[in-house]
Design a protein around this ligand. Structure first.
Ligand SMILES: Nc1ncnc2c1ncn2[C@@H]1O[C@H](COP(=O)(O)OP(=O)(O)O)[C@@H](O)[C@H]1O
Ligand SMILES: [Mg+2]
Length: 179
C-alpha cells in the first residue's frame, strides 16, 4: 500500500516485526531548499508530538514508533475510512477531548479517521496547539461540512458547547457572505 498526498507519502512496511506505516514529508521543489527542509522537519516533529498529546487527551491515535527528520513510523491501523453519518457521535466525543487539551486538529474530516475495533484519529499534519475559540470552531466547522449529523454532533460535543456553537454559526455566516 502506498498513499501519495500533497505533503506526504505514506507506505506500509514492517518495523521490528510489526506492521507499520512510514509517513514521509516530501520535498517541495518550488520552495527554497533550506526553508523546505526546515519546514518539513518542524511539521514532522509537530505531528509526532500531537499524536502523542492526543493520546494523553484520551483519543485513539496510532502509536509513534520512531521520529526522523522527515518521517515518522506509525502503528499500522487495520481499519476502514468511515462514512460521515456513522461516526457523528465518535467524532464529537474525540474532538471535544482534543479541544479540552487545546489540541487543534486542522483537518478534522472522515478522510482522517479510521475505524477498526475503535475510532482512530490520524493525520495531525496540520495540527497545532491553541486555546482560541476561533480555532476550535474551525475544526467543528470543517467536520460539519463533511456531512456529519449536526444534531448528534452537538449532543456529544462536550466542550464549551454554547460558545463554540455560536462561533460556528458566525463562521457559517462569514462563509455565506464570502461567496
Ligand atoms: N497509521 C495508519 N494506519 C493505516 N493507514 C494509515 C495510517 N496513517 C495513514 N494511513 C493511510 O494513509 C492515508 C494518508 O495518511 P495521512 O496521515 O492522512 O496523510 P496526508 O497528510 O497525506 O493526508 C490515510 O488516509 C490512510 O488511508
Ligand atoms: Mg489525511
Amino acid at each position: 500500500m502506498e498513499w501519495r498526498g500533497a505533503e506526504a507519502v505514506v507506505r506500509k512496511t514492517r518495523f521490528l516485526g510489526r506492521e507499520v506505516v512510514v509517513k514521509e514529508r516530501i520535498k517541495k521543489a518550488y520552495r527554497n531548499e533550506v526553508l523546505d527542509k526546515k519546514l518539513r522537519k518542524e511539521r514532522t516533529r509537530s505531528e509526532a508530538k500531537l499524536l502523542h498529546k492526543a493520546k494523553i487527551a484520551g483519543v485513539r491515535t496510532p502509536i509513534v514508533f520512531e521520529v526522523n527528520d522527515f518521517s515518522i513510523v506509525l502503528e499500522f491501523i487495520k481499519g476502514i475510512r468511515p462514512s460521515p453519518q456513522e461516526i457523528s457521535k465518535e467524532a464529537a466525543v474525540a474532538l471535544a477531548k482534543l479541544h479540552h487539551h487545546n489540541i487543534i486538529h486542522g483537518d478534522f474530516t472522515p478522510a482522517n479517521f479510521l475505524i477498526s475495533e475503535d475510532f482512530y484519529v490520524i493525520d495531525f499534519g496540520l495540527g497545532f496547539v491553541s486555546s482560541a475559540l476561533e480555532d476550535k470552531a474551525m475544526d467543528v466547522f470543517t467536520l460539519l461540512k463533511s456531512g456529519i449529523e449536526e444534531s448528534v454532533f452537538w449532543k456529544y460535543y462536550d466542550y464549551d458547547k454554547e460558545r463554540v456553537k455560536r462561533r460556528v454559526e458566525k463562521i457559517k455566516e462569514r462563509v455565506r457572505y464570502a461567496f
